[in-house]
Design a binder for this molecule. Structure first.
Ligand SMILES: [Zn+2]
Ligand SMILES: [Zn+2]
Length: 187
């Protein structure tokens, strides 16, 4: 028998969100991220539990979602490849609407201006952890750096230059010219 995989889903049934706002507070351990499927880079994981507080309110046929969460992300530096911690304190706002049934079969649906900024969902259930996951990705920097002036790795020997200079000679000039020079020396 296959071992049952632990799941951290926090499901809200939108049909139960009526006149009263529905609030859910939950926490997700670092393990949640480890077993989460999909691309992860440059996020290596969470360094502490993620604490989230999300409120859903029904407004006409739509649902407003106001959420906040905090955790500490473990990222990989783009330059030196070392792991580093980056605290994340996030607030977000979303509008959800159930995709009209006649459109459910449609692969792509051209959005009208009125529909811009609305997240269309299929079915009546939403998983709040999926929302948090998406927000984490939106929060990631284009370039993850352990510090603004990270020196990165030596392109020759690969040593981490933040930990001191290596023994490679610093050569001036464009790498292409250096390659040419090396060829001439060989020939
Ligand atoms: Zn770095
Ligand atoms: Zn070096």
């Amino acid at each position: 028998m296959k071992a049952k995989r632990k799941t951290y889903s926090v499901i809200v049934d939108l049909t139960k969100v009526q006149d009263k706002a529905k609030q859910r507070a939950f926490s997700l351990p670092p393990e949640w991220w480890e077993i989460t499927e999909g691309p992860k880079y440059p996020l290596l994981g969470l360094d502490q539990d993620l604490e989230a507080d999300i409120t859903l309110t029904k407004v006409g046929k739509r649902f407003e979602v106001r959420g906040r969460f905090q955790t500490v992300l473990r990222l990989q530096c783009d330059r030196c490849l070392e792991a580093f911690n980056s605290p994340l304190n996030s607030m977000f706002y979303l509008i959800l609407e159930r995709l009209p049934e006649e459109l459910e079969a449609e692969e792509e649906h051209e959005l009208s201006p009125e529909e811009m900024g609305v997240d269309f969902i299929r079915g009546d259930e939403v998983d709040l952890t999926e929302m948090v996951k998406e927000q984490i990705f939106l929060s990631l920097p284009m370039k993850a750096l352990c510090k603004q002036d990270c020196l990165g790795l030596c392109i020759r020997c690969g040593s981490n230059l933040n930990q001191g200079s290596c023994n490679c000679k610093v050569e001036q000039g464009h790498p292409a010219f250096q390659a040419l020079k090396a060829l001439r020396l060989q020939g």
